[in-house]
Write a protein that binds this ligand. Sequence first.
Ligand code: DAH
Length: 354
Amino acid sequence: MSDESVLEEWVSQARSSFEATLSPAELENAKALYLGKSGRLTELMKGLSALSVEEKKSRGAAINQAKQAIEQALLERRQALAQAELDAQLRAEALDVSLPGRQRASGGGLHPVSLTLERIEAIFGSMGFDVAQGPEIETDWFNFTALNTPEDHPARSMHDTFYVEGGSEQAPNLLRTHTSPMQIRYAVQHVKKHRALLERGALMPEIRVIAPGRTYRVDSDATHSPMFHQCEGLWIGENVSFKDLKVVFTDFCRTFFESHDLVLRFRPSFFPFTEPSAEIDIQFSSGPLAGRWLEVAGSGQVHPNVVRNMGLDPERYIGFAFGMGPDRLTMLRYGVNDLRMFFDGDLRFLSQFR
Ligand code: DAH
């Protein structure tokens, strides 16, 4: 084989050995065989000194050419390996941009029933009503007896009551079945606060309060939950009449539903703590519920026995009370047809009210 073809052979061997390497370290090892300190081409260069000037020139040029070709192959392989390494890294760290983005947890929002309670409080607040809170574990006295419900009265069994520990056989503790006990609790505090005035026979400031909160009954279906909400209302003074109840409640409903042609109906009913008593129905003139009567509250003139249990003289003080269902109001306002959705805790439902 001529010297030239040996060089060509080496160049092609070098190229294929470089190509066979899989890492930069392997490549540097393969390079050493040709271009290292005692590599084949380095050795050839060393041998040039023994040749004549003419031979040095042509031989040297040929060796240089081969050297450059090998260096070129080395450079190409280096770049290819670096590119392969980069590709592998990019592949390993790849982002799937087609995945749905992760939302930053947003601030959350109020529960739809809480929105309703806020609305009720704001509307009655604007009419001069105080907002009161009371215990959910009640005594038999506040929940029934003080509200003129006799021991053997069927109204006691009308409520399927959750009785809880504590209290005595005669005065058991229970989960309040309605917010009406707050009528007594609030009035008693009010009377205490104004005792001096009352003892002098002076005029006591009116009682005007609403009491929203959780209530409990043994009941569970699409429109009843064992835990539900009520909002009590009470207005007691010297000259508070049924007419005032009608005005106040009509105003409330029209403002709450933002519907000024909403019609109300006071349907005679019975409650032990009011006389006369009325169930309040509303009717929308437009929308999906137009024309249907929908019950939203119980109400009535506070029974003299209840006024007495508040510590007031029923000959002097008179007023009305009502009890409504904020859950029902929320369903009507937002068009929700299953009460249980409010208490399932499903964020897909709840986040619609944010
Ligand atoms: N407490 C009654 C209930 O739970 C609702 C009610 C009716 C409240 C008449 C009242 C009232 O204050 O006057 O069904």
